[in-house]
Design a protein. Sequence first.
Length: 284
Amino acid sequence: MKADDYYKVMGIERDASAQEIKTAYRRLARKYHPDLNKDPHAEEQFKNVGEAYEILKDPKKRAAYDQSGLSDHVDHTQNAGFNTGAGFSGMDADWFSSLFGDTRFQERALRGADLQGRIHISLEQAFSGCIKEINVAQQTLRVSVPAGVKNEQKIRLAGKGAQDPRGGSSGDLYIDVIVDHHAIFDVVGQDIYVTLPVAPWEVALGSTVMVPTLAGKVELKIPERSQGGNTLRLKKRGWPGVNPGDQYVVLKVVVPEPKTPGEIELYKSMAETMPFNPRKSLGV
């Protein structure tokens, strides 16, 4: 580094007093601390502030730095907390604790880094819950996925993150749950939607049919004179939770293709005995 880089990092003049250095450090450490600043560059800024402060707060190191203009005087052992972005010296932790009125910064002083992971599960697994294995940091963990988990929801495994090299507690592991797209079911909030193919006579005359749900097949009564596009509700057959949703069944009329002479004659007979213009509402 250049001779004045540490001063620029701290935003102070080269003749700044010890109190000015401490004040600048406290202001910048709070501004860039990863727990408070989610900017992707904040952690690097936080490390730079910590490194500069380790030199400038010590009169001997500061004098040697001013004379040589080199950064080789940084004691990386004492400064390990800033290099990892995971902790502080005792004085720093005490200051953060008094500033925020709790001990969470003291706890971070001897705590490993948090880790991130990802698992893919099916919609059925998300609905019912499941056990999945994940490989993180050279270890295989079994993850209990609760029933009703949503796509991109996070699961926290306390103490399953990186170990602290100084003997402190391990960090946490945060797992992103990715729920794969399903071929027939769509989830909207707490409700589930499915399109159900039905025969013309099932909607015209009314019938009871089987409908798939994520919890198994159930019976559904289709009222007579129903139409394609009508939506029927299966109460509390939707997504599980404190307030479970409903499943909505959208009827889709499928017309069978006539393949035999008898079937063709049946369609001709229907056309003759049931005059019907499906385009009447269009005026044609």
